[in-house]
Design a protein around this ligand. Structure first.
Ligand SMILES: [Zn+2]
Ligand SMILES: [Zn+2]
Length: 335
């Protein structure tokens, strides 16, 4: 195998370079994964252009799938896999009960350590989700947003016939809408400020929420991170409504006094969600991979509006940052 590989390396805020780096080497308990598809997450935009990674240089990319090309267990070679990107310490209290998303001292592919905007990555064997051979890699790279969406919907505790509204019709929002439907919701609607996103959502069977027609909601997911959306969302809730807060806040999430009062008067439950569960009892990753393989959730492939090769990764990120084109999921694909 060659001594070097191609990767997109973040050297400083805004300084992403496609270059040769030393070949990824697997250590004990790791396999070598040839990356075949890596999604660009909305969070990668501020990570690359505003906030940076935890240290430089770092290779971003945390939503990925690939082919196992080297492993101690030879039966794994050639297998397709998605990867849970969080590396828990396995020592702290949350880790002791398998709540790895709450780990107090975790590592993370693509933010705290090198990730998948590269030809290869050494991956902890415990983080592999093995997939069927006939599942496309592009599809497999969507297990991550699929698992995040599932975790959010799981926390909503949807009851049969509930009216569920998802605020924010990006890829996670649309997958969450599909999970809500599968969980037994009667009506599932979406809200977005972009008419193009609403038109795109309609192709998947999710119409825009209209309070006059659909009535107040039993459940809602806040996926925009915008204070005005949160206010409107709360106003649309039925008494005893359940709200999951999922969207990363773009700024302070200020709400008005009257909206705050409605939370009290209508006895609304607000609950946060973070990442996804990955343990023996609850595994959003295995469940997502299974639903994907069974083809009974959503047309994942159709969520991908843009595909870029690795050497054009920066162009993909700039297109998203500047909203040059309408996009939903942007994916880096590698042969
Ligand atoms: Zn992400
Ligand atoms: Zn831990």
């Amino acid at each position: 195998m060659s001594e070097t590989m191609k990767a997109c390396v973040l050297h400083a805020v805004g300084d992403l370079r496609y270059e040769d780096v030393p070949m990824a080497k697997r250590g004990e308990g790791e396999v070598l994964l040839k990356i075949r598809a890596a999604g660009v997450c909305g969070s990668d935009i501020p990570r690359v252009f505003e906030k940076g990674t935890y240290h430089f240089p770092t290779i971003p990319g945390h939503e990925f799938a690939g082919e196992i090309v080297d492993a101690d267990d030879k039966a794994l070679i050639g297998r397709r896999a998605a990867v849970f990107p969080l590396l828990p310490c396995r020592k702290c209290a949350p880790c002791q009960v398998g709540e790895f998303a709450n780990c107090e001292n975790y590592d993370y592919y693509g933010s705290r350590r090198d990730g998948a905007f590269a030809e290869y990555l050494a991956v902890d064997i415990r983080n592999l989700i093995l997939l069927p051979d006939d599942l496309s890699y592009a599809c497999a790279s969507l297990v991550e947003p699929g698992a995040v969406a599932r975790a959010a919907v799981r926390r909503l505790e949807v009851k049969l016939g509930d009216t569920v509204v998802i605020w924010g019709a990006g890829p996670i929002g649309l997958i969450a809408a599909a999970w809500a439907k599968k969980a037994g919701a009667g009506i599932v609607r979406v809200v977005d400020i972009s008419e193009e996103k609403l038109a795109f959502a309609k192709k998947f069977g999710f119409e825009a929420y209209d309070e006059a027609r659909d009535g107040l909601c039993d459940c809602a997911i806040e996926g925009t991170g915008a204070p005005q959306a949160l206010c409107n969302l709360i106003k649309s809730m039925k008494p005893h409504g359940r709200v999951i807060l999922m969207g990363n806040p773009a700024r302070d999430m200020t709400i008005t006094q009257s909206v705050y009062s409605q939370i009290l008067r209508r006895e609304i439950t607000l609950r946060g969600t973070w990442n996804s569960s990955y343990n023996d009892q609850i595994n959003d990753w295995e469940a997502t991979a299974k639903a994907m393989a069974d083809g009974d959730l959503i047309d994942y492939e159709a969520l991908i509006t843009h595909r870029y090769p690795l050497d054009r990764c920066l162009e993909a990120l700039e297109m998203m940052r500047d909203r040059k084109e309408f996009y939903t999921k942007v994916t880096i694909v590698m042969d």
